[in-house]
Design a protein around this ligand. Structure first.
Ligand code: UD1
Ligand code: CA
Length: 469
């Protein structure tokens, strides 16, 4: 038996009122379609997954091309039945087809396997995956031949329900299995005589049943996993479900998450045991946090690797960087892409860094901008230090070797090298390299004018007592 999976993803998503195609809207930090593909490729190899694209086909394909799936073009979107008509040639090699919807993203692999196994065991022409959610409004309803029987007589779309059918709670999930040899001989019978003037794939249930083919249904274990995302509000409901599931997974792995309903954790994020996440933390993209860390409130971390025993104080913004074991960051620190913070280093409040490597045990505790800098270990960067890395056209490197002490409020005009163990006096503007172990002073010598202020005040007083002119 050769099994292929078709994912319908050509629709526009009119109900979203968005320029972006529906299947590229994100939940849990990745597009709907990516969630569906991730499940599909655990059932069959990627080359046996066919994604039907149409609306903004190029953009949709480009967003998932790296997964190795194949694409079928549905140039005009004339309904789900028409989408499957477009896939007739491309599916020619398969005996059985599983059809998934690009906008039903929470479907679990176990459920796809259960659908496949049930379909094969029942030797059905068509098998529907169904559910009985609390609110069935908007979904197609499944009419069984007899209550409790596996056989299905038809699917009726919401807009076509008779008053009596309104009370049917069993919904069509839009996920099916077909025996291909039963599907294509009958697919030409679909008619667009409905509210949307489209060819409905759902009509095949009735068509096949009437032709004496076996049409059956299996209910999903959890109604939530087959919920569709047709509106932004529905999508955000699914996003919340998914992120709560991610938070629960992490908690089951030993992570403490205070007020898990407030955190935003993308699906791919990993966190080690005994790490504590405070309320309103966001961990995004491919972020990995070690064990025994504390990530405090309002911190946002994206695509970053954090070692063990790291403390990230409140309100830090960190992206595309790596933070070594035992470092402390923040509060209010910003690490822009390309930062490497060494073991045990300290990055304090109001420090901004970009493409900067900070060695082990080095400190920049207050109010600095460090960009395009290579900083050794055991370095102390004083409050208010600025790397002047940009001349309006090009960016230049600052090299600060091991054990350097940079006095407060220094400007390091790149390209410049501060040799190992050197001191830079506070308030310096450093434009030339500093030799190792030297003291660099780059500021005007101080002049004290004795009694100057007292004299000034005396002159003012004298002017006040003059008669007005
Ligand atoms: C569909 C089902 C409905 C079911 C619901 C479950 C039909 C007629 N109705 O309704 O019974 O309860 O799913 O979520 O199928 N698509 C294409 N090409 C098209 C039209 C749609 O590829 O021409 C794709 C869409 O991108 C989407 C999927 O098919 O991923 C479902 O289409 P959608 O318009 O969302 O169908 P529903 O109205 O939700
Ligand atoms: Ca839908």
């Amino acid at each position: 038996m050769r099994l292929g999976i078709v994912i319908m993803a050509a629709g526009k998503g009119t109900r979203l009122k968005s320029k972006r195609p529906k299947v590229l809207h994100e939940i849990g930090g990745r597009p709907l379609l990516r969630h569906v593909i991730a499940a599909a490729v655990q059932v069959v190899p990627p080359q046996d997954v066919l994604v039907i694209v149409g609306h903004q086909a190029e953009a949709v394909a480009a967003a998932v091309r790296d997964t190795g799936v194949r694409f079928v073009l549905q140039a005009e979107q004339r309904g789900t039945g028409h989408a499957m008509q477009c896939a007739e040639q491309a599916t020619g090699d398969y005996d059985e087809l599983i059809v998934l919807s690009g906008d039903v993203p929470l479907l679990r692999v176990e459920t796809i396997l259960a659908l496949r196994d049930f379909h094969l065991r029942e030797q059905a022409a068509m098998t529907l995956l169904t559910a009985a959610p609390d609110n069935p409004f908007g979904y197609g309803r499944v009419l069984r031949k007899r209550p409790g029987a596996p056989e299905v007589a038809a699917i009726v779309e919401q807009k076509a329900l008779t008053p009596a059918q309104q009370s049917v709670r069993e919904i069509n999930s839009g996920i099916y299995a077909f025996r291909r040899a039963a599907l294509y001989p009958h697919i030409g019978q679909l008619r667009a005589d409905n509210a949307h003037r489209e060819l409905y794939l759902t009509d095949l249930a009735g068509i096949l049943a009437d032709a004496g083919e076996r049409v059956v249904a299996i209910e999903a274990a959890q109604a939530t996993e087959v919920l569709g995302a047709n509106t932004i509000a529905e999508m955000m409901d699914l996003d919340r479900e998914l992120r709560l599931a991610t938070a629960r997974r992490l908690m089951s792995e030993g992570v403490t998450i205070f007020r898990p309903e407030t955190v935003t954790i993308d699906s791919a994020v990993e966190v080690g045991p005994d790490t504590v996440l405070e309320p309103y933390v966001q961990l995004l993209g491919q972020t990995r946090i070690g064990s025994d860390c504390r990530i405090r409130s309002y911190t946002v971390i994206e695509n970053t690797t954090v070692g063990d025993h790291v403390v990230i104080q409140p309100s830090c913004v960190i992206a595309d960087s790596a933070i070594g074991k035992g470092a402390t960051i923040g509060p209010f620190a910003r690490l822009r892409p390309g930062c490497h913070i060494g073991e045990g280093a300290h990055i304090g409040n109001f420090v901004e860094m970009k493409k900067t490597r900070m060695g082990a045990g080095s400190k920049a505790n207050h109010l600095s901008y460090l960009g395009d800098a290579q900083i050794g270990s055991g370095v102390n960067v004083g409050a208010g230090t600025i790397t002047c890395n940009y001349d309006g056209v090009n960016k230049y490197q600052t090299l600060i070797e091991d054990g350097v002490f940079i006095g407060s409020d220094s400007a390091l005009v790149a390209p410049v090298i501060i040799g190992a163990g050197a001191y830079v006096a506070a308030g310096s503007v450093i434009t030339e390299n500093v030799p190792a172990e030297a003291l660099a002073l780059g500021r005007a010598r101080q002049v004290n004018k004795l009694h100057w202020a007292k004299n000034l005040r005396a002159r003012r007083e004298a002017r006040k007592s003059e008669p007005p002119k």
